[in-house]
Design a protein around this ligand. Structure first.
Ligand code: G1P
Ligand code: ZN
Length: 543
């Protein structure tokens, strides 16, 4: 067994986006493509020799081949130990948990999150640092820079050890320890939540449907909900991770999880519906015929957090991404704690969590989390809701309506225009940006603009900055339109338009969301000339 140096040429475009490097599977299957990126990553890590690396993925197509390659390259890099999930399986929050618990140097997650899988689908790789969270931009930028100059990579010529059975093997000088993907994560959930209370809920006949969408959340949900908390067998559906996700699009929103929505609208609907995404960091919560908006979910979890043992003493602060609705801000204000507004992407929460300035964080894109790990966490959010329901009683709908009655309702929707021509999308954004200086004071469809800018962020902990994070138009009544281009898509460009309107009066909180937002939707289309630029009269996905 020797470590060999393989000559290679740089690939263009190995630039990590909002969450790691995501490309079509066929792109990753090109000889040297994955190896180049991993070598560029390893070259950017100082002092990793002898340390521990965590490795696992969401089980999608190409996961196993990538695990084998990375094990052989980790041996060449001289890691002391690699903790790999059995079968190459680890959810994103589990990787974060395992990195923290075992004080690993970092971890690699093989996932394209909620993007479709299978041979024609997407693959992805992301790197998490020692705090368990996504690599900050200074790391991802260094990796990208290195990919452009790489001329060779180093790999062991030995076969990767078997990773389907627990145990430890050695490749070169590196120990490869195959771990149970669920055990450390389940232990953490036991510490965070009141499992006895949730057991009581199930014992009283509370019915849950948890749709793992044939992705990696299945084993976790089954072990914890059915195995530990007493939910009846069959509570978790689509529980086995499949390489093509059984042709499901594992993105838990009402459009892609339509089967769950249909079950929750049926006459004999369960009390509580939930779903997780490809790598189990996202969650959707649905009551009986009542989908919960993710921004509302974050606000509601914050408002009831003290029922959960880990948060019993209260929250230090809340953080939300800029396009996420301001519902959480109202809770923070009532609690007398700060609410931080960050750019889109979980990596921006890391410093706030590490510094103890934020306890809960969330995004409108079905992501919620806390300082228990450094990733968003789908099953954690589901358990949080169950813990609240177990202690407070009532239904999902009654809790949300009570929340709106107390804090007001932030009507909210995101309109996505997927796979539009990149040049057209860039032109649309450029034209919007050019209009910004003159917008304040103007009326757009009856509302007067109070502020219009391109969101820029200065991290309050380390002073690092991020600019051009989305165009926001804020009206005098607090309503908002936000425009940004996706950083995770793999086809053309995706324009996201985020719409928000506040309604304090409970008598007016029951209007269908798209109706309530209609004037803002019209204004958003007209201001950005969406149809003229993209050729699309309507969005492809509305959540
Ligand atoms: C999307 C979401 C963002 C989330 C990211 C990773 O990124 O909008 O909130 O953090 O996926 O799950 P985008 O495609 O908008 O760049
Ligand atoms: Zn995900």
């Amino acid at each position: 067994m020797t470590i060999v140096t393989i000559p290679t040429q740089p690939f263009a475009g190995q630039q990590p986006g909002t969450s790691g490097l995501r490309k079509k599977v066929v792109v990753f299957q090109q000889p040297h493509y994955l190896e180049n990126f991993v070598q560029a990553l390893f070259d950017s890590l100082e002092g990793a020799a002898g340390q521990t690396l965590v490795l696992g993925g969401d089980g999608r197509f190409h996961n196993r081949a990538a695990v084998q390659t990375i094990l052989r390259m980790a041996a060449a890099k001289g890691f002391g130990r690699v903790l790999v999930g059995r079968g190459g399986i680890l959810s994103t929050p589990a990787v974060s948990c395992v990195i923290r618990k075992h004080r690993a140097y970092g971890g690699i997650v093989l996932s394209a999150s909620h993007n479709p899988g299978g041979p024609e689908g997407d693959f992805g790789i992301k790197y998490n640092v020692g705090n368990g969270g996504p690599a900050p931009e200074k790391v991802t930028e260094a990796v990208h820079a290195r990919t452009k100059e790489l001329r060779s990579y180093r790999i062991s010529d030995a076969a990767a050890p078997d990773f389907d059975r627990p145990g430890t093997a050695t490749i070169e000088q590196t120990a490869v320890e195959v771990i149970d993907p669920v055990a450390d994560y389940a232990a953490l959930m036991r510490e965070v939540f009141d499992f006895d209370a949730i057991r009581g809920l199930f014992a009283r006949g509370f019915r849950v449907r948890c749709d793992a969408m044939s992705a990696v959340g299945g084993p976790y949900a089954k072990a914890i909900l059915e195995g530990e908390l007493g939910a009846p067998a069959g509570t978790v559906v689509n529980a086995e991770p499949l390489p093509d996700f059984g042709d499901l699009h594992p993105d838990p929103n009402p459009v892609n999880a339509e089967d769950l929505i249909a079950h929750m609208a049926a006459a004999d609907a369960p009390d509580f519906g939930c779903a997780t995404d490809g790598d189990a960091d996202r969650n959707m919560i649905v009551g009986r015929n009542f989908p919960v908006a993710p921004s509302d979910s974050l606000a509601l979890l914050a408002a009831h957090a003290t029922v959960v043992p880990r948060y019993a003493k209260g929250l230090a602060g809340i953080a939300r991404s800029m396009p996420t609705s301001t519902a959480a801000d109202r809770v923070a204000q009532a609690l007398g704690i700060p609410c931080f507004e960050t750019p889109t992407g979980w990596k921006f929460f890391g410093n706030l969590l590490d510094a103890g300035r934020a306890t809960l964080c969330g995004e409108e894109s079905y992501g919620t989390g806390s300082d228990h790990v450094r990733e968003k966490d789908g099953l954690w959010a589901i358990l949080f809701w169950l813990n609240i329901l177990a202690v407070r009683g009532g239904s999902v709908e009654s809790l949300v309506r009570a929340h709106w009655a107390q804090y007001g309702r932030n009507y909210y929707s995101r309109h996505d225009y997927e796979a539009v021509d990149s040049a057209a999308a860039n032109a649309l954004m450029a034209e919007l940006r050019a209009q910004l200086p003159g917008l304040a004071g103007q009326r757009l469809n009856e509302r007067r603009v109070a502020l219009a800018d391109d969101f820029a962020y200065t991290d309050p902990v380390d002073g690092s900055t991020a600019s051009r994070q989305g165009v926001r138009v804020i009206f005098e009544d607090g309503s908002r339109i936000v425009y940004r281009l996706s950083g995770t898509g793999t086809e053309g460009a995706t324009l996201r338009v985020y719409l928000e309107m506040y309604e304090a009066d409970p008598a007016r909180q029951d209007v269908p969301t798209q109706t309530a937002l209609a004037p803002l939707i019209t204004a958003a289309g007209a201001l950005a000339r969406i149809e003229q630029h993209t050729g699309r009269a309507t969005p492809s996905v509305v959540t």
